[in-house]
Design a binder for this molecule. Structure first.
Ligand code: CP
Ligand code: NVA
Length: 302
């Protein structure tokens, strides 16, 4: 039994296998052929935060794979009233075949996984969002071929998405150039751990330098879920970190732009970039479905 709490829970070969399966599963769906390896299986989905893409891609994905998904907003369960995580994990995992969790502290996810008898999948924590990187790498490779040895520029907050791009540099072998304001750098321990595992990651506070000759430029909101009250201060601190046409002009001419969404046009990205012809954000969002179906198959198929 395997969990998927960060990208580093997969070997490089396993991650590549999942992406290869995602391509096949996507093709089958587009051809109208059914693929139901999870018939009779149930995925419990615990959400402590809002979601559009993650919730819908897991729910639709389970249905398409022949299984069933159960949406459990924490406010509507005993978890939200303080039932211990360990107790909830033992009980829920005795009834379902997999559990995906979107929550705040990564330790909550880890504790749940420790007491769960079925695979637990990270649907986003304050620390990481690994499902998004599977979809993002799939999207890059559909457009441009292998991402290994390419250069990814991350511009903005050193947040859960930045952390996942850092882990992805270990798993997928791209070079990562991060530009973030002082005080918003990624977690130093996570970065060091990835570097020890071979990740090629550099840090600066210069968006143009990070974007220079990049094959992919990506960003995310300046205030993540749970940081809403910091929004005004962050808007000031991130001044100069918007991905504009000027920033994109430093990247390779065929560079792609990605954003996990939801986006704030005029803050972390200019409307002309996210709605422009280098942007692949809609394909990226759709690929959440296909990449996660491959992940669910990998973790839950008996
Ligand atoms: N990208 C992403 O995880 O979107 P949602 O918050 O809508 O799930
Ligand atoms: N960093 C964002 C990602 C949303 C998908 C957040 O955590 O809110």
């Amino acid at each position: 039994m395997r969990h998927f709490l960060t990208l580093l829970d997969l070997t490089q070969d396993e991650a590549r296998h999942i992406l290869k399966r995602a391509v096949k599963i996507k093709r089958k769906l587009k051809e109208g052929k059914s693929h139901r390896p999870l018939e009779g299986k149930t995925l419990g989905m615990i959400f402590d935060k809002a979601s559009t893409r993650t919730r819908v891609s897991f729910e639709a994905g389970m249905y398409q794979l022949g299984g069933h998904a159960l949406f459990l907003h924490s406010d509507a369960t005993q978890l939200g009233r303080g039932e211990p995580i360990a107790d909830s994990a033992r009980v829920l995992s005795s009834m379902v075949d997999g559990i995906t969790i979107r929550t705040f502290g990564h330790d909550i996810l880890q504790q749940f996984a420790e007491y769960s008898s079925v695979p637990v999948i990270n649907a986003l924590t304050d620390l990481t969002h690994p499902c998004q990187i599977l979809a993002d790498v799939l999207t890059y490779e559909e457009h441009r071929g292998p991402i290994a040895d390419k250069t990814v520029a991350w511009i903005g907050d050193g947040n859960n998405m930045a952390h996942s791009w850092i882990n992805g540099a270990v798993t997928f072998g791209y070079t990562l150039k991060i530009a973030c304001p002082d005080g918003y750098r990624p977690d130093a321990r996570l970065l060091e751990a990835a570097r020890v595992l071979g990740a090629d990651v550099s840090l600066s506070d210069d968006p143009a330098a990070a974007a220079y000759k990049a094959d992919l430029v990506t960003t995310d909101v300046w205030a993540s879920m749970g940081q809403e009250e910091e929004q005004a201060r962050r808007a000031q601190d991130f001044n100069g970190f918007c991905v504009t046409d000027r920033v994109m002009s430093f990247a390779r001419p065929d560079a792609l732009f990605m954003h996990c969404l939801p986006a704030h046009r005029g803050e972390e990205v200019a409307a002309s970039v996210i709605d422009g012809n280098q942007s692949v954000v809609w394909q990226e969002a759709e690929n959440r479905l296909h990449a996660q179906k491959a992940l669910l198959e990998f973790l839950m198929k008996s």
